[in-house]
Design a protein around this ligand. Structure first.
Ligand code: GRF
Length: 197
């Protein structure tokens, strides 16, 4: 089977991107064709280039619409021949039209056990809610924020003295295991969710 041509969209550090790139070696059913960031300062861009993957910035231009930004993103994805998109810390909301174009071919990772705690400030909200566990979720992207079909989840305990930062670090370590595992299954055409540990 030919590996699926995969683009990874980032806004920041790109540690999930790095985990995906490291997994996408010989025999993996997806190969990276592009890393795209909306933020020229994203440290992940240099990391991608160091891994030999072409990395571009498509910034949102001041005074322009979201439609303009998404059209430029779409053009870059088309030009790279992308067939799958992995959102990995991409911090922009995507319009229903853009999402529809990638229906069934776009994944996202979110640092909570969805449907719990969609949106931002996840770890602080987990702590405020007194949850005894948290984790991360990889899901298909649909028009509704953090709400598409779940493709995998990994759980971690919440410890009594956790801060948002310590909890985030524990969850992030699991994100780096979960996302490649889900992508491997998904790229083979299998949408059975992966549950870790
Ligand atoms: C991760 O926690 C991811 O779940 C969230 O943003 C963070 C991105 O981290 N959506 P990184 O850029 O992959 O290091």
């Amino acid at each position: 089977m030919k590996p699926r041509s995969t683009a990874i969209l980032i806004s920041g550090t790109g540690s999930n991107m790095t985990a995906l790139l490291e997994a996408m070696g010989e025999g993996f059913p997806a190969r990276p064709v592009l890393v795209l960031s909306d933020n020229a300062e994203a440290p992940g861009l240099a990391r991608a280039r160091a891994a030999g993957v072409s990395a571009v910035t498509v910034a949102h231009s001041t005074g322009k619409t979201r439609a303009d930004h998404e059209a430029r993103i779409q053009a870059v994805l088309d030009n790279a021949g992308a067939d799958l998109v992995c959102l990995a810390g991409f911090m922009r909301l995507l319009s229903p039209g853009f999402v529809a174009r990638w229906q069934g071919r776009m994944l996202n990772i979110h640092p909570s056990l969805l449907p719990l705690h969609p949106g931002l400030d996840t770890h602080a909200r987990v702590l405020a809610a007194g949850d005894e566990e948290s984790g991360c979720t990889v899901h298909e992207v649909t028009a509704e924020l953090d709400a598409g079909p779940v493709l995998g989840q990994a759980r971690v305990p919440v410890l009594p003295d956790d801060s948002p930062q310590t909890l985030a670090a524990r969850v992030l370590a699991m994100e780096h295991i979960l996302y490649p595992a889900v992508l491997e299954r998904f790229a083979r055409g299998d949408k059975t969710p992966v549950f870790l540990p």
